[in-house]
Design a protein around this ligand. Structure first.
Ligand SMILES: [Ca+2]
Ligand SMILES: [Ca+2]
Length: 390
């Protein structure tokens, strides 16, 4: 609500040059009235700032609505007095969406606002549907060579999760899990996953949850969170320093075989199948990012030597798969509906990492490739790149 004093100043200002006309008229756009300027911006994550070609409908408190279209500066002007509501709308073609966001799909953007009596300007920011979502950006699973011949250092494993979307997203409540099954014929006669015929579920070993009540872990577009096996500095055995990880998998045990690093917040352990810590297979893991309610109630299935949790595909936010080598396709564990392909490293304890490719850039922000095919979407690089600008 404007103060009366500023309204008076405004009326004096607009009356300079109005030749003594009566400006008390509030009957709408036809009457001698006030110039009002509306400027429309794209959402902050878009490639451009000022939104041209936006249709604006200004509806005065009394009188008919007026339709305008924004110019190259995102501006439209109208002359009317009194209060009015303002609605901005634009339909974006697939090509325009691609250019502005790096995502696919035709969408409608809208904004609403109001002009109080005396307001001369109105700034609107368009908004629309969330395009894109959380993606697995990097899975560093191979382990490192360590310092001495024959060392097998794997405590440096981490997973990085990226907000590939147009909107701020919250990561708390996201679940991270490793998919049951072998990465290849590590030993002669190694069986493939017993669940290969079930294309409707993904079967996972351990499940971890990012803690919070739903709005505690904000991740902006282009931002990421790093989830460490152990939240400590792994140098010099590895190139990886996880002291600034956002979360770590702390597997609390009576014998304290896993360390709770004090500066790195712990994931919530929902289900655990394994040994001392959450070890991803160094031969190649399947990793899924999940979201769903009441995870504790999901059924389990007997794998022959452990229990795997049976997760509906609808829970899967994103999936990644690595296998032992290029010949291990029969060992694929992640259903093709989630991920048609896989990557593989040059070996184990080689200090490599699987990292998602950049599809395009919107300003400084990388939009990562997501074709639901790890073969196409990931590359194996010679050194892990936690938090590296993409
Ligand atoms: Ca740990
Ligand atoms: Ca900790």
């Amino acid at each position: 609500m404007r103060l009366q004093a500023s309204l008076a100043v405004f009326l004096v200002a607009v009356c300079v040059g109005c030749g003594g006309d009566d400006t008390d008229d509030v009957e709408g756009a036809d009457a001698a009235s006030d110039a009002r300027s509306i400027q429309v911006r794209w959402p902050a994550s878009y490639a451009e700032e000022l939104a041209a070609g936006v249709e604006i409908v200004v509806t005065p408190a009394s009188g008919p609505p007026v339709t305008l279209v924004t110019d190259a500066e995102g501006r439209a002007s109208v002359s009317l007095s009194g209060a009015a509501t303002v609605e901005a709308t634009i339909d974006l073609s697939e090509a325009r969406v691609e250019a502005l966001t790096g995502h696919q799909g035709a969408i409608e953007l809208t904004a609403r606002g109001s002009l109080a009596t005396g307001d001369t300007t109105l700034a609107l920011v368009l908004d629309g549907p969330v395009l894109g979502g959380f993606l697995i950006e990097e899975v560093s699973y191979t382990g490192a060579a360590g310092l001495e011949e024959g060392d097998h250092y794997f405590d440096d494993q981490f997973v990085e999760v990226y907000n590939n979307s147009t909107h701020l997203l919250y990561a708390d409540g996201l679940l991270l899990a490793d998919v049951h099954g072998s990465a290849g014929a590590i030993n002669p006669g190694q069986p493939v996953t017993p669940f290969a015929a079930d294309l409707e579920h993904v079967y996972v070993n351990s499940i971890w949850r990012i803690p919070g009540s739903g709005s505690d872990v904000p991740v902006p577009p282009g931002g990421s969170i790093v989830i460490a096996h152990d939240g400590t500095n792994h140098q010099p055995q590895s190139t990886v320093d996880m002291t600034d990880a956002d979360f770590e998998a702390y597997n609390m045990r009576a014998d304290n075989r896993d360390v709770d690093y004090p500066t790195v917040a712990n994931l919530e352990r929902v289900r655990f199948e394994g040994g001392f810590d959450w070890l991803l297979p160094v031969f190649g893991p399947g990793v899924v990012l999940l979201r769903g309610d009441n995870v504790e109630t999901l059924p389990t299935a007997d794998t022959g030597f452990s229990d795997a949790t049976k997760v509906p595909l609808s829970w899967v936010v994103d999936a990644f798969e690595a296998l032992m080598d290029g010949d291990s396709v029969t060992y694929k564990r992640v259903p093709a509906a989630l991920d048609r392909g896989f990557v593989f490293s040059s070996g184990t304890y080689v200090g490599e990492s699987a990292i998602r490719r950049v599809r395009t850039r919107i300003g400084e922000r990388a939009v990562l490739q997501d074709s639901n095919d790890s073969t196409m979407d990931f590359e194996v690089v010679t050194a892990p790149q936690p938090r590296e600008e993409r």
